[in-house]
Write a protein that binds this ligand. Structure first.
Ligand code: SF4
Length: 110
């Protein structure tokens, strides 16, 4: 579903049926954090979800205001692989457990 900033996000839910206007982020809600629509603008989760759909990767979020009060609150993400039981430093790429990195390319001559 498209979130308020216009990108597809698998965790955004909006209910507009019969005049309702209920919106929520189910990722932040599951981690007991308070969602506001402005967080979607800079959130890295849609890009991560588009790049990597690994079923074993879990995203843990925190909401932080970087450096000082002048900056907007932002969603910060840490990824963890349940299969490899380790942190995933590059969530867009994955941990490499299921798909070895770097990929092996084979060039065949005809
Ligand atoms: S805050 Fe991030 S994860 Fe939540 S709905 Fe917005 S874009 Fe999706």
């Amino acid at each position: 579903m498209k979130m308020p900033a216009g990108r597809e996000c698998p965790y955004f839910y909006g209910d507009y049926f019969r005049g309702k206007n209920a919106e929520e982020c189910r990722l932040l809600k599951a981690q007991n954090q308070i969602w506001t629509p402005d967080l979607c603008k800079t959130c890295p989760v849609p890009d991560i979800a588009r790049a990597n759909s690994c079923q074993f990767m879990r995203l843990r979020t925190t909401i932080a205001r970087p450096l000082s009060a002048f900056f907007q609150r932002r969603v910060q993400v840490r990824a963890f692989c349940e299969k490899a039981s380790r942190d995933v430093p590059e969530p867009q790429i994955g941990c490499g457990e299921c798909h070895q990195l770097p990929f092996d390319f084979e060039v065949k001559e005809n």
